[in-house]
Design a protein around this ligand. Structure first.
Ligand SMILES: NC(=O)c1ccc[n+]([C@@H]2O[C@H](COP(=O)([O-])OP(=O)(O)OC[C@H]3O[C@@H](n4cnc5c(N)ncnc54)[C@H](OP(=O)(O)O)[C@@H]3O)[C@@H](O)[C@H]2O)c1
Ligand SMILES: *[C@@H]1O[C@H](CO)[C@@H](O)[C@H](O)[C@H]1NC(C)=O
Ligand SMILES: *[C@@H]1O[C@H](CO)[C@@H](O)[C@H](O)[C@H]1NC(C)=O
Length: 404
């Protein structure tokens, strides 16, 4: 759309001001020297930092035919998860490997530390290399290897790093988000306490993607959930939404910390022990949530969205025999066999196909094939800045088209 170099610069300068972006010399250089103008596009970075200033879009040559035992896939949707931000910031324990295979970009040999963002995503097989069995064109696959670099239009992947998922019964959004959040929810509900119909679970961050999966998987098992969320305008709308997914009660942190809340919970549960608590948030409100737990309960932490530490009354350990755990789905994948992984995916896929586990509410950000790399870069940086300001409300899924 923007045809002359001058207008493009003006557009760029304006946006930089509007977005408050601070671009280092390195990034400006990257914006300006991308020499390939059509082909496979990726969202990449060369050094860690704030995603709204280190990420940029770059176009690379199209993939050659797949080498033996690999397939070429085209990404359909790739989520932006909170952990992806932490990986780019350089504060996440799992580090991506540099994408050496993209270094034929005409940028010389400087690409030794070029990283493609993104950990999970749904892709379609477009070309099958020699030696591949059980996969064919148009099959849907998800990545089983962590930090695969999924914010890309096409990629060459090894057959052992992907898993086929059913094309029918699942939406693209469900399939694209099925390797991180639903397994986290499922495993936390099964690995610590044996829960039966009518048992109670408490959780915070209940409107997170994980929290919404917890609500639905718990409901499918006949469990009852007490769900904590932040106060907001239109809180009733959120409460309704979560109740619609199968939540038993939805409560704000203000209500949780209010004085007669524990009595209210006793009324709800009829005095039954609550034996599982799931913590996405930490900080002061989690202390209040932990006090709702009964004898021999387990508190499982999987996130720290408040960025505050977790502080618990000693009495809970002494008198109630509380046990605390940290859950990390990446560790689960490492410790479990491929068979167990397949079984888990089958279970989740069937919950999804039966309408018991919906995809997250989401918004798709299309990085259009008609955008030039610098326009695409601005779009991504703007989105990252919006995400950092919080309250996006919906899971954001990237659709990165090949540059035309
Ligand atoms: N350990 C694991 O294996 C594992 C797996 C998956 C996810 N996670 C972690 O789980 C968390 C949620 O992930 P997700 O993909 O489900 O995220 P998400 O859908 O983006 O949801 C983020 C949630 O965090 C809440 N939140 C943000 N800042 C907060 C604050 N200061 N105080 C209280 N709540 C706050 C949001 O509430 P509002 O709507 O009120 O903003 C929202 O409910 C992240 O920390 C993620 O890294 C861990
Ligand atoms: C294709 O994938 C294989 C296995 O991961 C890798 O060795 C090879 O370099 C890749 N080729 C390209 C062109 O990316
Ligand atoms: C304390 O809780 C743990 C974990 O639930 C349990 O294995 C243990 O038997 C409990 N201890 C006592 C003394 O009840």
């Amino acid at each position: 759309m923007i045809s002359t170099l001058r207008t493009r610069h003006l557009f760029f300068a304006l946006n930089r001001q509007l977005l408050g972006l601070t671009l280092g010399q390195g990034q400006v250089h990257n914006f300006a020297t991308s020499s390939i103008t059509s082909g496979n596009r990726a969202i990449v970075y060369t050094s860690n930092g704030d995603p709204s200033s280190v990420l940029y879009a770059q176009t690379f040559p199209n993939l050659p035919p797949p080498p033996p035992n690999t397939v070429n896939v085209k990404f359909l949707l790739s989520p932006i998860n909170p952990a992806d931000i932490n990986v780019i910031e350089g504060v996440y324990p799992t580090k991506p490997v540099p994408s050496h295979s993209l270094s034929t970009s005409g940028k010389g040999s400087k690409d030794s530390s070029l990283f493609v963002g993104g950990n999970e995503g749904l892709a379609e097989v477009v070309d099958v290399g020699p030696g591949i069995t059980g996969l064919q064109q148009r099959d849907w696959v998800v990545m089983t290897k962590p930090q695969s670099g999924t914010w890309i239009s096409s990629k060459n992947v090894s057959a052992q790093d992907i898993l086929k998922v059913p094309r029918s019964g699942l939406s693209e959004a469900q399939a694209a988000t099925m390797t991180v959040n639903p397994p986290t929810a499922y495993n936390m509900l099964h690995d610590y306490v044996e829960l039966g119909e009518g048992d109670w679970v408490v959780q915070n961050g209940a409107n997170s993607a994980v929290g919404q999966a917890v609500i639905q998987i718990a409901a499918a098992k006949g469990l009852q959930t007490i769900n904590f969320v932040r106060q907001r305008d239109q809180i009733d709308h959120l409460k309704e939404h979560l109740l619609g997914l199968g939540a038993t009660h939805v409560v704000t942190y203000e209500e949780l910390c209010g004085k007669s809340f524990r009595d209210k919970v006793k009324e709800w549960t009829g005095g039954k022990n609550i034996r599982l608590g799931l913590n996405c948030v930490s900080g002061k409100t989690t202390t209040f949530m932990a006090r709702l737990l009964g004898q021999d309960a387990h508190l499982v932490s999987y996130g720290a969205m408040s960025k505050e530490p977790l502080s618990l009354p000693t009495s809970l350990f002494i008198f109630k025999n509380l046990t605390c755990h940290g859950f990390w789905q990446s560790r689960w994948y490492l410790r479990r066999t491929p068979k167990e992984r397949e079984r888990l995916f089958k279970t989740l896929a069937s919950l999804m196909c039966n309408g018991k586990l919906k995809g997250p509410e989401h918004e798709v950000l299309v990085v259009s094939g008609t955008d030039e790399d610098n326009q695409a870069s601005l779009k991504i940086r703007d989105t990252m800045a919006r995400l950092a300001r919080g309250k996006f409300g919906k899971k954001l899924l990237l659709k990165i088209e090949e540059t035309l």
